[in-house]
Design a binder for this molecule. Structure first.
Ligand SMILES: Cc1cc2nc3c(=O)[nH]c(=O)nc-3n(C[C@H](O)[C@H](O)[C@H](O)COP(=O)(O)O)c2cc1C
Length: 384
């Protein structure tokens, strides 16, 4: 049998060639929502590197919900053909195309993280920042968001549904809803950022209402054969894991297939039981959500080494592993991991036009090792 990491994974009618996922990563490179050559390069190298699923960065469902001016968008019908081309690029690499949908909420209208603090802010008149309540992020100069009216909420729910329709038309097979990391849906869930007194605030049921309505609006447009993931911050300040478990059970009843398990992001402060950042630091949440709800999960966060990723899957801690920064370091990580884990014919992961030449090089050179194979594959299995 192949290593667990390289066994296919099926969810609804979606079949992934392996368990390695490219985590969504903002590229800050769109113009008014439209993808650029940067996206083609970024996604193409991830897909060709061998990941089973490539999730396109947080893509905004409503222009007002952008985090930064260069965020990718799917808020207009005329963006569909450009997304169709991203889908093509990902498929050409042998990977399944997925897209993360997002509304940045109170984390909107910001500059990319590496910009100097004195860089002028984007134009506030062009860009109202919306949130459940008028509570800004705790950073100097952060805009105070406008509390959403019931009409705003209704429009937002519809915008997620329309974004799902466009994602379907573009050919994506997986949607990942960003409901963590302090973005709009997360701020509705948390009592720290949601002080509403209407049907969308107060009780846990009321605070989860927007997310459930968004999931329903997506499912109404998203075919039964396609998969729906939700990214949740499984623990955060005043948000224990039990809350996540309760929420996941509800989301499952509304057609959510898999929970993408991350943590934190709401306040910038760590939760009391927050994991210390280190190898696989969020894997325990993927494991617990999976064990307690029966939902498939995806683990993310400092999954770096081949044996580490293999252990996560082999020991049933998660169904998928998502890699972010390690794929920026080495987009061919799956190919490298396949060699390190002893997959028969690891080059089969690469497109034939590449695999052919890599096989020939091995055959022609006894004792040959590629540059990455000699690298250390640190055994950090115990760390997660
Ligand atoms: C450049 C960059 C952009 C990111 N953009 C997104 C995003 O669009 N949506 C999201 O949910 N997370 C985003 N993240 C977080 C990653 O998806 C991932 O959860 C995080 O980096 C932890 O995984 P890692 O340790 O493998 O990098 C981003 C991370 C990086 C490094």
């Amino acid at each position: 049998m192949p290593p667990h990491l390289f066994r296919p994974f099926s969810i609804r009618d979606v079949v992934l060639r392996n368990r390695v996922v490219a985590s969504p990563m903002w590229q800050y490179a769109a113009t008014d929502g439209t993808p650029s050559a940067t996206h083609t390069v970024h996604l193409g190298r991830l897909a060709e590197g061998g990941v089973g699923l490539t999730i396109v960065e947080g893509t905004t469902v409503d222009r007002r919900g952008r985090g930064t001016v260069g965020d990718l968008g799917i808020w207009r019908d005329d963006l569909v053909p450009a997304h169709g081309r991203l889908v093509e690029v990902i498929r050409a690499g042998g990977s399944v195309p997925g897209i993360q949908l997002i509304h940045a909420g109170r984390k909107g209208r910001r500059n990319p993280p590496w910009f100097p603090a004195d860089h002028p802010d984007p134009d506030p008149t062009d860009w109202p920042v919306l949130a459940p309540s008028a509570i800004p992020i705790p950073l100097p100069g952060a805009p105070t968001p406008t509390p959403m009216s019931l009409r705003d909420i209704d429009e937002t729910v519809r915008s997620w549904g329309q974004a799902a329709r466009r994602a379907r038309e573009a050919g994506y097979e997986v949607i990942d809803v960003q409901a963590g990391h302090g973005y709009l849906l997360h701020t509705f869930l948390s009592p720290l950022t949601n002080r509403r007194t209407d049907a969308y605030g107060g009780s846990f049921r009321n605070r989860s209402r927007l997310l459930v309505e968004v999931v329903d609006a997506i499912r109404a447009e998203w075919p039964a054969e396609k998969a729906l993931f939700v990214r949740l911050s499984c623990v955060d300040v005043e948000w224990p894991l039990d809350r996540t478990v309760e929420l996941v059970r509800e989301l499952r009843r509304h057609g959510v297939d898999l929970i993408d398990c991350t943590t934190g992001g709401l306040t910038g402060r760590p939760a009391t039981d927050a994991p210390a950042v280190g190898y696989g630091y969020q894997v325990p949440y993927a494991r617990q959500v999976r064990a307690r709800t029966g939902s498939p999960t995806m683990a993310v966060g400092m999954i770096v080494h081949a044996r580490q990723a293999e252990a996560v899957i082999a020991q049933g801690r998660a169904d998928l592993v998502a890699l972010g920064r390690e794929l920026l370091h080495n987009p061919n990580w799956p190919l490298d991991a396949a060699r390190k884990l002893g997959l028969a014919d690891p080059y089969a992961i690469a497109p034939p036009r590449i695999a052919h030449w890599l096989r020939k090089r091995d055959e022609a050179t006894p004792g040959f090792t590629p540059s990455t194979a000699g690298d250390i594959d640190t055994d950090v299995t115990a760390a997660c």
